[in-house]
Design a protein around this ligand. Structure first.
Ligand code: H2U
Ligand code: ZN
Length: 355
């Protein structure tokens, strides 16, 4: 088997978490980097915005008041996608028209009272506060008997549909497993049943040994460009210890999660010297009271930018109709992310000005 030859011409790679294929066409972008860097305007620049729904003391769109909070602030979404505890109803017609009630709770969590303080520029204490708040939200929602899944996710930047630049995430907890966690659940369980080991522990070991796609790591976490990445600079964040959810992290690991989140997002912002847009989120064990030994805590970063702050990837054409496809190889993306400094570009220019 000539792996290099196979991987340097069009080929498909298997995603063992979703059990689907991605088409890779490296000949369409031999060089890891091409073209000019056009800059997008930077993200929020003022610490307080009187028109922001999420800044302390301001009135929200639904009429409620955001309190004068310090640290983090969680509230029930004023425009929730799911509603709690409804009467369960089912509809089915010839197996073709199928619907059922799904109930849930939607929350918003502000990371900081500061409108302009995004994850890559938060200090360790601020990051720890955010992670403690995620853990609290996860644990309290997981305890509700009918909640079987808790999704923590962050939409960053207008390009990814974030409705507000104030640093925040959303948390949706619901009564059934959503599509993608359900597919991952099947894959993790099948691997565990067949090999008596964890799919993601096995995968992480392989990636750390090969060191071709690892971007950064500390004692508790690693971030890598997965072999099967679809988005240009997609990464996967994995805990090194086999744990299934953030509530199982010890105190050191919570600090190290903050460290790794900061480092990968600094690299992202530095890539095009912009507030790098992405959707990210954690995948954790279902919260149905079962043990879920096969589960492994991880997070996915799905950023749309490709060549510059204005050239983005769209999932269109072949990807909507047939299969995801990429030109930039995951290995080239990893090299590019590895080469980048872990000092945020905004802090670099500030220290230059002061010196
Ligand atoms: P996104 O930026 O990811 O869209 O998240 C912001 C959420 O905040 C969004 O779901 C909610 C929106 O419904 N929101 C409120 O609950 N109250 C408001 O006053 C504005 C926005
Ligand atoms: Zn704000």
């Amino acid at each position: 088997m000539n792996l290099e030859k196979l991987l340097s011409s069009p080929h498909k790679r298997f995603n063992p978490l979703l059990r689907e294929w991605v088409l890779v066409s490296p000949q369409r972008m031999q060089r890891p980097w091409q073209g000019e860097v056009a800059k997008l305007p930077s993200g929020p620049s003022v610490p307080y915005d009187p028109d922001c729904y999420l800044c302390p003391g301001n009135q929200r769109a639904g009429g409620k008041q955001t309190p004068k909070y310090s640290g983090t602030y969680a509230f029930d979404n004023d425009f929730p996608a799911l509603l709690p505890e409804r009467e369960q109803q089912e509809y089915e017609h010839d197996g073709l028209l199928v619907a059922q009630t799904d109930c849930g709770i939607c929350r918003v969590l502000c990371f900081s009272p500061r409108h302009d303080l995004t994850i890559p520029r938060m200090n360790s204490q601020e990051l720890r506060g955010m992670i403690d708040a995620w853990t609290e939200q996860f644990s309290s929602l997981a305890e509700i008997p009918w909640v079987r899944h808790v999704q923590i996710f962050e939409n960053r930047g207008e390009l990814m549909g974030a409705s507000n630049p104030h640093p925040h995430c959303q948390i949706w907890a619901n009564a059934t497993l959503p599509n993608l966690p359900a597919r991952e659940n099947e894959s993790l369980r099948a691997h565990h049943a067949e090999k008596h080991s964890c799919l993601l522990c096995d995968y992480l070991r392989l990636e750390l040994q090969r060191n071709e796609r690892v971007v950064c790591q500390n004692h508790a976490f690693a971030v890598l460009v997965p072999f099967w990445a679809v988005w240009p600079f997609e990464t996967l964040l994995l805990s090194k210890r086999h744990i299934a959810s953030i509530d199982q992290l010890n105190s050191d690991e919570r600090d190290l999660l903050g460290d790794i989140l900061r480092r990968i997002t600094i690299r992202y912002d530095n890539l095009f010297e912009t507030t790098f847009p992405y959707s990210m989120g954690f995948h954790q064990r279902p919260t149905d009271g079962q043990l879920h030994e096969a589960w492994h805590l991880h997070a996915h970063y799905f950023p749309p930018l490709l060549r510059s702050a204005t050239v983005r990837k769209f999932m269109v054409g072949y990807e909507l109709l047939a299969s995801p496809q990429r030109d930039l190889t995951p290995e080239s993306a990893a090299v590019r992310l590895c080469e980048i400094s872990e000092t945020h570009y905004l802090d670099r220019s500030a220290s230059k000005k002061h010196s």
